[in-house]
Design a protein around this ligand. Structure first.
Ligand code: ZN
Ligand code: ZN
Ligand code: FE
Length: 738
């Protein structure tokens, strides 16, 4: 007989870890106990030596899906007499440094098997869940995470559910949202006036979708709008009603087999699609597929994901079209709609029917969007399944730091107890209703993570930023510090790798620069305290101001004017409000307009995204010349070569490609030069432009070829949404010695 004490560190609290330990201890005939402590989960087990070894292996190999094990320490201790069982001891000695609030989890195989088993008491129950799956973040109102602190509080468990909930051997032990058809909420289908549709709500919804109707469907984090993705007319109807002419829609696909028919699926992509996070993945599409062109007009990739709630599975099972447009239900520019009242009020002009679920959503959250770069997950939008899972930072600090993030893609951050927690995507904060969402979520996160004092609040330098105002209104901090937007970008990827200094190639749309103008092609030296821009691109004139980021034909006219081909505009330029922007996004926009690819953007970054689609269709390797003077890269010289080629009949695909090749060359050359001057090899790649996978691939390869080490975002999005991580890193390091 042997006894061992095992300490497990990492994310092991609030993720069903103790019941899991209880289960595997019983499987291996061990006695002892498990409890949560401030230093991790502590276990004492007693039994045969080989059983204990197998038990310890299982801790790592079979851990619950949400657990993240950083370390397992074991040590032999004297045996104890008279123990007959393995016990779960209630936490006694203090609280953990931070409560982990788990993200929402896709429905598990066991629950699905029960749901489709006619003899099971949860047969066809749309809210089936267990310890391994179901809602978490979206239903939690407060901590500790117990039933009465969730939106399930008002649904009283029946005796059968309670028995499962209280039995440590049951898959539903302490599964807070446990419910059944007898005691729990359910779904019903109505028209937009609230009139119930007779019949089984899922069979009816499936039928309506087959017939081309638009149905609003309540999911985990809000309402989605669903329509048959192979029905061109139906998709066009949705576009028209939603006033969303071209922005790509994601497609929820019945199963992997159907996904394989429309996109190229790598083993890694398959693994992420089927993970409990179930994100939308942007994957290269086959030219010949059955998806309606208007789902993602002109795109080389399609965003696909698998059903992740019991409801989705019921719908596909009941004959819904195997490819469904499944897009966040919102009014253009606003956050996702998540209450029933709001859904009826705001979607009546968009949806034909609404599938309402009675379980209330407390925290709204969109579906996550990502892609695969070099075999690994790459974030586009970090939301459901990821948030509010913490990110480990290589910083030891007792400080509590909050960061405001940026405006275009709002998301704040909190650092506490060694963890960085980023909020979900909160939308463009220029929309007033998104500001309410931002403040509400900030207060909510502060409550969930028990933030009772804030040492440092980090906000953007931009005096007009909404995020900054909202954070200042909501948080009272001991100190408030400001950071430049592009410094935040660089630090966000540097934080992921624990780097304190790096070369930065920070490419994005808009950010407030040190001289008060609009920056966004910043190349230089970045460290945790400050940054020094050594190179940037020549700025382009935004004729009319901000409107030129949407009406990108203005950029084209201004360009033609600069090169002397459109003198009419001279007057306009001299009489209009003309700020200059050196944001890489604007330079892409300009070429997109010059090539007549996009003249008026209907969604953020559309001109640049479409330019990339064209470039990807050409394999051309030529590039344009460029020059550098006083650290300024010759934007107009590059653009004029592209323009001349286009005018002389070179296809737009080739011009777009050569432009990409050129920008990649410039960035790599500049990084090499900065490396020579500073001796630094690490290169931070951050900013929204890095969502352009073609440019990313070319630059990453180019940097490696020249002996440099690209830092690629893996934990957060390279766009403004991930910037809060960099802000936190800054706040943690300010005032610290090198
Ligand atoms: Zn389950
Ligand atoms: Zn029940
Ligand atoms: Fe940015």
């Amino acid at each position: 007989m042997v006894r061992k004490r095992v300490v497990v560190k990492g994310i092991v609290q609030g993720v069903g870890f103790r019941p899991f330990i209880w289960r595997i201890a019983n499987e291996h005939n061990l006695v002892g106990w498990v409890k949560n402590t401030t230093s991790g989960v502590v276990i004492e087990v007693q039994g045969k030596g080989e059983d204990i070894d197998a038990f310890i292996r299982d801790i790592v190999d079979k851990k619950p899906p949400l657990a993240l094990i950083a370390d397992v320490e074991t040590k032999s201790i004297p045996t104890v007499e008279g123990e007959e069982t393995f016990k779960i001891i209630r936490s006694s000695d203090g609280k953990p440094s931070i409560t982990i609030i788990p993200p929402d989890v896709a429905v598990c195989k066991d629950c699905l098997r029960e749901m489709f088993d006619p003899t099971d008491r949860r047969y066809r129950y749309p809210y089936i869940n267990c310890t391994n799956c179901g809602p978490r973040f979206t239903i939690i109102k407060d901590v500790p995470y117990d039933r009465d602190k969730t939106t399930m509080a008002d649904w009283k468990m029946c005796d059968k559910c309670r028995a499962e909930y209280e039995d440590p051997a049951d898959r539903r032990f302490h599964a807070q949202p446990v419910a059944c058809p007898e005691c729990g909420p359910t779904y019903f289908l109505t028209d937009m006036m609230g009139n119930k549709v007779e019949g089984d709500p899922f069979k009816m919804t499936a039928k309506l979708l087959r017939e081309g109707y638009i149905v609003a469907i309540k999911s985990l984090g809000g309402y989605n709008l669903a329509v048959d993705a192979t029905n061109e007319e139906a998709v066009k109807k949705l576009r028209k009603r939603k006033k969303r002419p071209t922005k790509p829609f994601a497609i929820m696909v019945k199963d992997l087999r159907h996904i394989e028919d429309i996109v190229r699926l790598s083993p890694e992509a398959k693994q992420h699609l089927t993970s409990h996070k179930a994100p939308i993945l942007l994957l290269p599409k086959y030219d010949d597929n059955i998806i309606a062109e208007s789902v993602a007009p002109g795109q080389n990739r399609l965003g696909v994901f698998l059903p992740y709630t019991p409801v989705h599975h019921l719908l596909f099972h009941d004959g819904a079209p195997p490819y469904l447009v499944m897009t966040s239900a919102n009014v253009s520019g606003e956050r996702i709609i998540y209450t029933d009242e709001e859904a009826y009020a705001k979607l009546s002009d968009i949806a034909d029917f609404i599938l309402v679920g009675q379980r209330e959503i407390h925290a709204f959250i969109d579906d996550s969007v990502g892609t695969i770069f070099e075999g690994e997950y790459y974030h586009i939008r970090r939301a459901r399944g990821f948030v509010p899972y913490p990110i480990f930072l290589d910083v030891v600090s007792d400080k509590v730091v909050i960061s405001s993030g940026a405006d275009m893609k709002g998301a704040f951050g909190i650092f506490k107890g060694g963890y960085a927690i980023l909020s979900q995507y909160l939308g463009d904060l220029e929309a007033v209703s998104n500001g309410e969402g931002y403040r509400k979520m900030l207060r909510h996160f502060m409550r969930l993570f028990q933030v009772d004092r804030v040492d440092t609040l980090v906000i953007d330098r931009h005096p007009m930023y909404f995020s900054r105002q909202y954070a200042l209104q909501t948080v009272s901090a001991k100190e408030v510090i400001e950071i430049y937007h592009h410094h935040g970008h660089a630090l966000s990827v540097m934080a992921e790798y624990g780097k304190r200094r790096a070369i930065g190639l920070i490419m994005d749309g808009t950010g407030y620069g040190k001289d008060g103008t609009i920056w966004g092609s910043e190349m230089g030296m970045f460290d945790i305290h400050d940054f020094d821009v050594m190179y940037h691109f020549e700025p382009v004139p935004l004729v009319g101001g901000d409107i030129a980021t949407r009406e990108v034909w203005r950029l084209k006219k201004a360009f033609l004017n600069v090169i002397g081909e459109d003198s009419q505009w001279l007057r306009l330029i001299s009489s209009s409000y003309v700020p200059y922007s050196r944001g890489m996004g604007r330079i892409f926009d300009t070429l997109s307009a010059i090539l007549n690819i996009v003249e008026v953007a209907t969604y953020e970054a559309e001109p640049a995204i479409m330019l990339q689609q064209y470039a990807e269709r050409s394999g051309d390797t030529a590039y344009y010349r460029y020059s550098v003077s006083n650290g300024k890269v010759s934007t107009f010289y590059i653009l004029s070569q592209a323009y001349r080629e286009y005018k002389s009949g070179v296809p737009r695909e080739v011009v777009a490609r050569r432009f990409h090749n050129t920008i990649a060359n410039v960035l790599v050359d500049v990084a090499v030069d900065i490396s020579k001057k500073t001796g630094i090899k690490a290169v931070a790649l951050s900013g929204g432009v890095w969502q352009n996978l073609l440019l990313l691939e070319m630059v990453v390869n180019g940097l490696r070829k020249r002996g440099l080490e690209p830092l690629i975002h893996r934990q957060v999005s390279p766009s403004d949404e991930g910037i809060s991580l960099g802000f936190l890193y800054y706040g943690l390091n300010i005032g610290r010695e090198e």
